[in-house]
Write a protein that binds this ligand. Structure first.
Ligand SMILES: [Fe+2]
Length: 424
C-alpha cells in the first residue's frame, strides 16, 4: 500500500533523529486518518522514549485498529507486545517484518532502538546488515543505515569496521548524528580521548543543533573531558546542556546527566546542588518499574541527593516486581538477572558499605547488557564496582579490575589513578 508524502517525510525525520518527527507524524495521521503505518509510528515514538507513561499512551493511537495487510498487522502486534512489556517479542516481530520488507525503514529504525534498549549487540549490527544488503547502493537512506550499522559494529567490538562505516555515513550525510555518535563510541571504547575531543569539537556544528541526540552527544564529549582530567569542563557541559530544563524533562537525557554527575562523584568532585535538581526531575516520573536501566539512574540521583529513604523504596519496588511477576516480561527478566543486584550494590555504596557493594555488583558485572544501554553507558556501574573495591580495601580485586581496563585501553588515566590508590 503506497504511503503518503507526509509519512515518507516523517520516516526521513526518524532516520535523521530530527525532533520534528513528532509533528510530521501528526501531519501524516491528519492527511490520512486511516493510515495505520503513521499511527504505528506515533505509537513507536512514545515507546522509544523508554518511559512507562509514554509507552501506555501508545494504546491511544492503535487501540481499535486491526491490520489490513501483513505489514500493518505485524506493526500493530509489535506495538501491543511492547506496551504489554514483552520488548523481546516486539523485536522479533519487527525482524519478521524486515524479512518480508527489508526496506521498511520504520521497522528497521525502531528495531534498532529496541536492540539498543535490550542490549542485544549482535542484532544491533545484524538487523541493519540484513537490510543493507537489499538496498540499492544509490538509495538515499543508505547513509543512515550505514550509521546504524556503525553503532552495531561498535557495540559488537568491531571498532575498525565501525569507524569506517560511521565515516562513510558522515560522508553521505554530514548531519547524521547517529553515525557521528557511533564514531565517538569507537573512540571512547579505544581510549582515544584526544581523538574523541578533536572529532566532536570539529564536528560540533553538525551535532549540537536541533536534533534528538545533541544532549547525549554532549554527554560523550563530557566523558572525554573527564578521562582527559578536565572535570571542570565536564561540569560546565552539565550546566550548559544536561542540567537544563529540556534535559531534565525526559528520562533519556536524565540518564546522561545522572551518569555524568555520578562519575564526577566517584572521582571525588563535589557537584553541589545539582543532585537535588536531578533527583527532583526523576521524582516527577512514573516510578512503576518499566525499564530498569532508567530506574538504576534514578537510584543514583536519589543516592547523590542523599535521599536514602526514597532510594530504599526504589530498590524495594524492584524486589516487589520480582516477587509478583517472577521473570515474566522483559523488564522483570532484566531486573532478576542483573538489575536488582546492581540496585542493591548501588544502595550499599550509597550507605558507604563498600564491601557489600562489591558483593552485589561483582557477580553480575558480565551480565549488565541484559538491561540495555551501551557499553559506555553501563561503564558507570563498572566504575562504581572499581571504586567500591578500592574503598573496601579489596586491593587484589581492585588491581584486577583496573588491569582489565588497562589491557583494553592502555592509555586509561582513570584506571591508572585507581591503581595508584591501591598501591600498585
Ligand atoms: Fe552513546
Amino acid at each position: 500500500m503506497p504511503q503518503s508524502k507526509a509519512y515518507d517525510q516523517a520516516i526521513g525525520h526518524l532516520l535523521a533523529f530530527r525532533p520534528d518527527v513528532v509533528d510530521s507524524t501528526g501531519q501524516a495521521m491528519a492527511a490520512d486518518p486511516d493510515d495505520i503505518m503513521a499511527r504505528a509510528l506515533r505509537a513507536y515514538l512514545g515507546l522509544m522514549s523508554s518511559e512507562r507513561g509514554d509507552a501506555m499512551s501508545a494504546w491511544r493511537y492503535i487501540q481499535p485498529l486491526s491490520g489490513r495487510n501483513d505489514q500493518e498487522a505485524r506493526h500493530l502486534a509489535a506495538i501491543r507486545a511492547w506496551v504489554e512489556g514483552d520488548w523481546h517479542a516486539a523485536s522479533r516481530i519487527l525482524d519478521e517484518q524486515l524479512a518480508e520488507h527489508p526496506a521498511d525503514f520504520m521497522a528497521l529504525a525502531v528495531g534498532h532502538q529496541l536492540d539498543f534498549f535490550l542490549g542485544e549487540a549482535g542484532n544491533l549490527r545484524d538487523r541493519v546488515g540484513r537490510s543493507l544488503i537489499h538496498l540499492d547502493p544509490g538509495h538515499p537512506a543508505r547513509g543512515y543505515l550505514k550509521g546504524m550499522e556503525a553503532f552495531g559494529l561498535e557495540e559488537s567490538g568491531d571498532y575498525a569496521a565501525a569507524e569506517a562505516a560511521g565515516l562513510e555515513a558522515l560522508d553521505l550525510n554530514s548531519d547524521d548524528v547517529w553515525a557521528n555518535h557511533a564514531v565517538a563510541h569507537v573512540m571512547e571504547m579505544q581510549g582515544r580521548v584526544a581523538d574523541g575531543i578533536a572529532f566532536l569539537d570539529a564536528r560540533k556544528p553538525h551535532w549540537s543543533g536541533d536534533n534528538l541526540l545533541n544532549i547525549h552527544t554532549s554527554w560523550h564529549r563530557a566523558i572525554f573531558a573527564l578521562e582527559g582530567e578536565t572535570p571542570t569542563e565536564a561540569l560546565a557541559l552539565f550546566d550548559e546542556v544536561m542540567g537544563g530544563p529540556d534535559a531534565l524533562a525526559a528520562a533519556l537525557p536524565m540518564v546522561d546527566g545522572t551518569s555524568l554527575l555520578w562519575r564526577l562523584h566517584l572521582d571525588g568532585v563535589d557537584v553541589g546542588g545539582r543532585w537535588g535538581a536531578m533527583a527532583d526531575a526523576w521524582a516527577e516520573k512514573d516510578t512503576s518499574p518499566w525499564y530498569v536501566f532508567n530506574d538504576l539512574h534514578a537510584l543514583l540521583a536519589l543516592i547523590g541527593a542523599e535521599r536514602m529513604e526514597a532510594a530504599r523504596a526504589l530498590v524495594a519496588r524492584q524486589e516487589d516486581l520480582i516477587r509478583t511477576q517472577g521473570t515474566t516480561g522483559t523488564n522483570p527478566l532484566a531486573v532478576a538477572s542483573a538489575g536488582l543486584a546492581v540496585a542493591r550494590g548501588l544502595l550499599a555504596f550509597g550507605e558507604r558499605d563498600f564491601a557489600a557493594a562489591v558483593t552485589h555488583l561483582a557477580p553480575v558485572r558480565h551480565q549488565l547488557s541484559i538491561f540495555g544501554g551501551s557499553h559506555a553507558q553501563r561503564d558507570v556501574f563498572q566504575r562504581t564496582l572499581v571504586v567500591a573495591a578500592v574503598r573496601s580495601g579489596q586491593s587484589a580485586l581492585a588491581r584486577n579490575l583496573c588491569n582489565e581496563r588497562l589491557s583494553l585501553r592502555p592509555t586509561s588515566v582513570w584506571a591508572g589513578l585507581r591503581l595508584t590508590e591501591v598501591g600498585a
